[in-house]
Design a protein around this ligand. Structure first.
Ligand code: GDP
Ligand code: MG
Length: 604
């Protein structure tokens, strides 16, 4: 297809504003999926995506469209090809979102007509603007009785510029207005521009592992042409592969004789490892390579770390295999073996964010039947020792014991959108979390955008839940990583009878160390069964004890119960006691059931 007849666009929206539903309706209206084959969220292929109702991996589909109402001359009745690139909506996957946006010339900015603009609407809009995309503002769900199209059309026009009357109103559910939207896309989104005679360059915006076909790589061609059977090269690694198949998804994969300027499609090389085909990298021809890649390639960097341990220690090899398999589809997942006194053998895993952690853990349990315990999530700290050495700490139990001159923690730029009534509540929460207010704007009379700089460690745990419950669900929140800062941080250790329990060490702000210590010590006192001797539970910063509780001793003489000479009964009791001990972990001389550790690690 000639570039003049192509349009590449994505849909950006806050979660639940109806992106997937609208995408489904477009597939149906353009005739590439018929109503019978249609199942909800056709593009969200993974079960877990469908269940959680979120899009994790992006997909691209090509749809034929012939506009009927175009206002520009010469367009009505002409055949166009629209490439819709579905983007993950969540902040954890911002890098993938930004690569998907870079593959488009335009974005449909979708807003729920009963909700108005939310934090992710803004975050995604800013990303789209950074990529110079044409914006098509659209109100969705106008079929809802609670929809307030007039009010939110004004809000949306105020945000992107233009007349409220030009904001389209659609319902992805009923299909109302969707044809007009497709026409508008042809009119507003520019045709792709590139040099057809230059050496081939295509940007990778997604790659997924498929059991039958190996790695499937989604690309957007910028210059030149890519043809089947040709030899291609990855510009970041110089690795070469044979192009076994190239084609477009419509929505099922359809091989083609080549992809030219502006076209979006997939390629297959028989490679089995997604790391060979990395999002952001540029594909070129091996025989006639381009000199410059399409954009800078960035490695996805894990921001949140947590230990994952099988509850049943014999599942360790299974966990390792499962992580290897997930890694095939998820280049951002990092892991290495870790041993814990409390939890045994497991893996220290790195994630893009908390949602990424949850999804990975969910998939491990669901797809691989594993029972897992995860330790409290931790961010990455840069620690400078007095002797000038620098250490990167992703596991609190590995915090250096020498004298520390500085600790740096990651910081995020956060946007909170809230009804004006809750400004005070939000300020209070952000202050408790060591946030600094950077600015505040009224989007309308009663909706406010508040911008904060917050330590990442203060939001990874339960910030979102706290925000939601304090604002009765009305506030929304999004964040972007924004460098790091020095902070007054200390490591708090938890000791049982003087022995450190690694899984409970935490790096916390000095002002919160005491509260953390007291909380953990009292939790453990409740959970640890009495032993033959007294067990002190202490929280300490270095050698200084900041909290102490005691598990009092009992005399647990099981044999005292069986007076008389029944020796077999005695033996049975002793056997039983031994059984029980198997699931016990020894911390020094103290026996702790694994359940106690697990309970102590669970939040709330
Ligand atoms: P996404 O998170 O943006 O992909 O949103 P979904 O497409 O998964 O939709 C979220 C919820 O809104 C689902 O329960 C949909 O059924 C519902 N929904 C989506 N579009 C419409 C619409 O036009 N009208 C109504 N009434 N509900 C909709
Ligand atoms: Mg979705």
């Amino acid at each position: 297809t000639a570039p003049e007849r192509l349009r590449n666009f994505c849909i950006i929206a806050h979660i639940d504003h109806g992106k997937s539903t609208l995408a489904d309706r477009m597939l149906q209206i353009t005739g590439i999926v018929d109503a019978r084959a249609m199942r909800a969220q056709y593009l969200d292929r993974m079960d877990i995506e469908r269940e959680r109702g979120i899009t994790i991996k992006s997909q691209a589909v090509r749809m034929p469209w012939t506009p009927q109402t175009s206002t520009a001359p010469g367009r009505v009745g002409q055949a166009y090809a629209l490439n819709m690139i579905d983007t993950p909506g969540h902040v954890d996957f911002t890098y993938e979102v930004s690569r998907s946006l870079a593959a488009c010339e335009g974005a449909v900015l979708l807003v729920d007509a009963a909700q108005g603009i939310e934090a992710q609407t803004l975050a995604n809009l800013y990303l789209a603007m950074e990529n110079d995309l044409a914006i098509v503002p659209v109100l969705n769900k106008i079929d809802l009785p609670a929809a307030q199209p007039e009010r939110y059309a004004e809000e949306l026009a105020g945000l992107v510029g233009g007349d409220p009357a030009d904001v389209l109103r659609v319902s992805g559910k009923t299909g109302v207005g969707v044809e007009a939207l497709l026409d508008r896309i042809v009119d507003v989104v520019p045709a792709p521009v590139g040099d057809p005679d230059a050496p081939a360059r295509a940007m990778i915006f997604d790659s997924v592992y498929d059991t039958y076909r190996g790695v499937v790589t989604y690309v957007r061609v910028v210059d030149g042409v890519l043809r089947p059977r040709e030899r291609i090269a990855m510009m970041s690694t110089r690795a070469q592969h044979d192009l076994l198949e190239i084609g477009v998804s419509s929505p099922e994969p359809t091989p083609s004789e080549g992809l030219g300027v502006g076209e979006v499609g997939y390629l297959i090389t028989g490679v089995k490892d997604v790391r060979q085909s990395r999002v952001g990298d540029t594909v070129t021809s091996a025989s006639k390579p381009a000199s410059e890649p399409v954009g800078a390639y960035e490695d996805p960097k894990p921001m949140v770390f947590s230990g994952l341990f099988p509850i049943d220690g014999s599942d360790y090899p299974l966990l390792r295999d499962a992580l290897d398999k997930l890694k095939l589809n998820d280049a951002a997942l990092a892991y290495e073996p870790e041993t814990s006194v409390a939890l045994g053998f497991g893996f220290r895993c790195g994630f893009l964010g908390l949602l990424h952690l949850e999804i990975t853990r969910d998939r491990l349990e669901r797809e691989f039947g594993l029972d897992l315990i995860s330790t409290a999530p931790s961010v990455v700290y840069e620690v400078t020792l007095d002797d000038g050495r620098e250490v990167t700490v992703t596991n609190p139990s590995e915090y250096p014991s020498g004298k520390v001159s500085e600790v740096r923690e990651p910081v995020v730029k956060a946007t909170v959108l809230t009804p004006a009534d809750y400004i005070g509540t939000v300020m209070e929460l952000c202050q408790q979390r060591r946030g600094e207010l950077q600015g505040m704007d009224y989007l309308s009379e009663d909706r406010v955008e508040m911008r904060y700089r917050l330590p990442m460690a203060e939001i990874v745990f339960d910030f979102f839940d706290a925000l939601k419950s304090r604002t009765r669900g009305y506030a929304s929140f999004d964040y972007d990583v924004d460098g790091d800062q020095a902070a007054d941080l200390v490591k708090v250790d938890i000791l049982l009878q003087g022995e450190q329990v690694d899984a409970f060490s935490a790096i916390v702000h000095k002002d919160k160390a005491y509260a953390y210590g007291v909380m953990m010590a009292s939790k453990l006192r409740e959970l640890i069964p009495r032993q033959q001797f007294e067990v002190p539970v202490q929280a300490a910063i270095g050698a200084r004890v900041i909290a102490r509780e005691t598990v009092r001793a009992i005399r647990k003489d099981v044999l005292a119960k069986c007076y008389g000479g029944d020796i077999t009964r005695k033996r049975k009791l002793l056997e039983k006691q031994k059984e029980g001990k198997k699931r016990m972990k020894m911390v020094g001389r103290v026996e702790v059931p694994q359940e106690a550790f697990i309970a102590a690690l669970s939040t709330d």
